[in-house]
Design a protein around this ligand. Structure first.
Ligand code: 6MZ
Length: 334
């Protein structure tokens, strides 16, 4: 495992509120418990439970959002999440989060993302770059670039992590709300926002509700990644593949026809092994689609999804893939 930690890695599918440390969630729950706003023992029980179905995971997110939705806490969790990824040598992180409104806290979608950006600036343990182009050309970056060992090469010997943001549209949202998120992403393009994610409970919402906003985002050159096929829904899967997103996440419930289409279109897949097993969208690793996609040379990337909720890490996902698939098939990991 130490070896996987030491290896420089990228993380492209991590939800901010799913990546919070358990210790932070418990601390926040205790504070709200002391104020009489939640029942701490009930919340503690939910947080420390580790075998959750997909629907229970979404109930947990509703609880997490009660604990985290004020500006100060959003800044804190962002800072901690970046530090945790950097500590295991993630050198490029695309962090996704759903911009939220919380009238009682004076929060709107823009101020939520500004609180996230504040969290990026608050990190001191490592150097966080969320503005420049990741490049090996030191001149293009004011003399700073990421070395393969994850350290900045500007002479400071401080570790460096490139962070970019994806703004998530929650499947509970309306067309107008989705469009508001896309417009916000466009306005914040020069502050590290690179794209849009569609996520949330896969049994809620209709593809056509989000399509106008996603089409607009694509026309404007934002990167689009879609949670696709987390539950069986062939009509939606076809529509999503036809949309030609830059990437998709999960792809757990594909049939023969969908696999053929995905492979011919070469759309990269973000694979989240632990999440898929924990939520039972895939019953066991030996039938996971990782092996087939990997062996057929399809572009894939190993990701955590929700490192806090599923008690995992990027290194843990690599280690798991190596032990489950490393000795089988045509390919080897790395
Ligand atoms: C679909 C997921 C997810 O945005 O508040 N989210 N959506 N499938 C998953 N797999 C288990 N894991 C997380 O982070 C939490 C939100 O991300 C989405 C859900 O909408 C969840 O509420 P943010 O930072």
């Amino acid at each position: 495992m130490d070896w996987w930690v030491s290896m420089p890695k990228i993380e492209l599918h991590a939800h901010l509120n799913g990546s919070i440390r358990d210790s932070t969630l418990l601390e926040l729950a205790r504070e709200l418990g002391d104020k009489g706003l939640v029942s701490f023992p009930d919340v503690e029980h939910v947080i420390v439970k580790h075998d959750r179905s997909l629907s229970e995971v979404f109930k947990l997110f509703d609880l997490i959002h009660i604990l985290t939705t004020d500006h100060e806490t959003v800044t804190r969790i962002t800072k901690e999440v970046i530090e945790d990824f950097a500590a295991e040598n993630v050198v490029y992180l695309e962090l996704r989060t759903t911009p939220k409104k919380n009238v009682s806290k004076g929060m709107n979608k823009r101020s939520y993302i500004e609180a996230v950006l504040e969290g990026l600036r608050a990190v001191t343990m490592v150097e966080v770059d969320f503005l420049s182009e990741p490049s090996i050309d030191s001149q293009a970056n004011g003399g700073i670039y990421a070395r393969s060992d994850g350290y900045a090469s500007n002479g400071t010997e401080k570790k460096k992590i490139f962070v970019r943001l994806l703004l998530s549209i929650d499947r509970r949202e309306s067309t107008e709300a989705a469009m508001e998120t896309v417009k916000l992403a466009l306005e914040m393009r020069h502050q590290g926002v690179v794209g849009i994610d569609l996520s949330g409970n896969p049994i809620i919402g209709e593809w056509l509700t989000f399509l106008p906003a996603l089409e607009f985002a694509k026309e404007q050159g934002l990167l689009i990644t879609l949670h696709c096929g987390e539950v069986p829904n062939p009509v939606e899967i076809h529509a999503m593949l036809h949309f030609l997103p830059a990437r998709i996440g999960h792809a757990c419930c594909f049939g023969e026809e969908e696999w053929a289409k995905l492979k011919s279109l070469k759309i990269p897949v973000e694979i989240c092994l632990t999440s898929n097993i924990r939520t039972e969208t895939i019953s066991s690793l030996d039938i996971h689609h990782f092996a087939d996609l990997y062996n057929s040379g399809h572009p894939i990337v190993l990701c955590t999804d929700d490192s806090g909720v599923f008690s995992t890490s990027v290194s843990g996902e690599y280690s798991l893939a190596a032990s489950a698939f490393g000795k089988t098939g045509a390919g080897t990991i790395i």
